[in-house]
Ligand binder design. Sequence first.
Ligand code: UT7
Length: 320
Amino acid sequence: MLNAKITGTGSYLPKKIVTNKDFEATLDTSDEWIYARTGIRKRHVIAEDESASSMAEIAANKAIQAAGINASDIDLIIVGTSSPDRVFPSTACLLQNKLGARGCASFDVQAACSGFIYALGIANQFIRAGGAKKALVIGTEANSRILDYSDRSTCVIFGDGAGAVVIEASEEPGILSTHMHSDGQYQDLLYINNPIKDQKQWGDEAYMTMHGNDVYKVAVKTLSRIVDETLEANNMAKSDVDWLIPHQANIRIIASVAKKLNMPMEKVVLTIENQGNTSAASVPLALDQAVRDGRIKKGDTVLMEAFGGGFVWGSALVKM
Ligand code: UT7
C-alpha cells in the first residue's frame, strides 16, 4: 500500500497585529493576566477584504510551490475551518476556484480546533486507498469574525491565519498514523450557534462561547491519553519522537503534553506567544514555521495533536 507523505508546507498570517496591551483600552484585562494564563502576547487579525478562503489561497500557493507541483495536479482539497466564508459553497470549493484546480474533489471538515488533524487523517485514508494522489490539506480561520470583542474570556485568546500542506502518494514512509475522536456530551462548553436565522433551539447569537476552565481540564487529560494511543499504535517509545507540534491553545496545556512525552520545550514548536490560538490553523502554521526555519528536517518524526469544541480531538504521527 502507498503512503501519504507531506511534500510541501505553507502558511499565511494577516498583517494587522493586536497586542494584549491593545485590549487593556477596551476590556477589564491586562497583558500580565493574558500572558500568565495563556502564554499569548499578540495575535494577527484579518483585514476587511480578507477571509478564510483568501488566507487559505496564500498558504496553499506556498505549499504547492514548496512541493514543486502545479495547482492543476491536485486531485483533492480538504479544508478544516470553523469560520468559513459562507455556509456553502465550502471554503475548499472557493479555494479550488481561486487556485484553478479545476474539477478536483473539495470539501470542508468541521472539527473545530482539530479541523486540520481531521482533514489530514481523511486525506491520508484517501491516498492510501488510491482515491487521490496529490492532496491539499488546509487549516484556515477567520476567528475575529466569530468573536464577541466585549467577551474577555474568548476575544483575547484567538487569532486569524492559515496553514497548508501538500501530501502525495509515496513509496517512502510519511503519515504513520492518524487518530480521531469525539465526545458530544461536552457540546455546551465550547460552541458557536448557527448564524442561520430563527434557530429556536439554540438562539440567534453567533459568537464563540467558551467555558475555558472546564475545557482546560478535559483537554489536559485527553491529550495525555492520545499521546499514549499514538505511540502504542506505532510501537514507538517517547524518545522516538523528534518534535511535538501541539494545537496552540494554552502554553500550560502544551507544557503538560510535553512533560508526558518527556520532551524538553526546545523540541516543542511554539507559536502561541505571537499568534494566539488560531483554531484549525494552529498546527499547520507551526509546522510550516519549523520546516522553513530548518528545525524540522527530512526524516524527523513529528507528533501533532489538537483538541477543540465538541469535544473533538486527534493526533497524527508523521515521518517528514
Ligand atoms: O482551542 C480549543 C480548546 N481550548 C482550550 O483548550 C482552552 C482551555 N482553557 C484555557 O486555556 C484557560 O481556561 C483560559 C486561558 C481560557 C482561562 O484561564 P483560567 O486560568 O482557566 O481562568 P478562569 O476561566 O478560571 O478565570 C479565572 C478568572 C475569572 O475571574 P473570577 O471569577 O476568578 O473573579 C475570570 O472572570 O479570570 C477572569 N478572566 C479574566 N481576567 C482578566 C477571564 N478572562 C480574563 C481576561 N482578563 N481576559
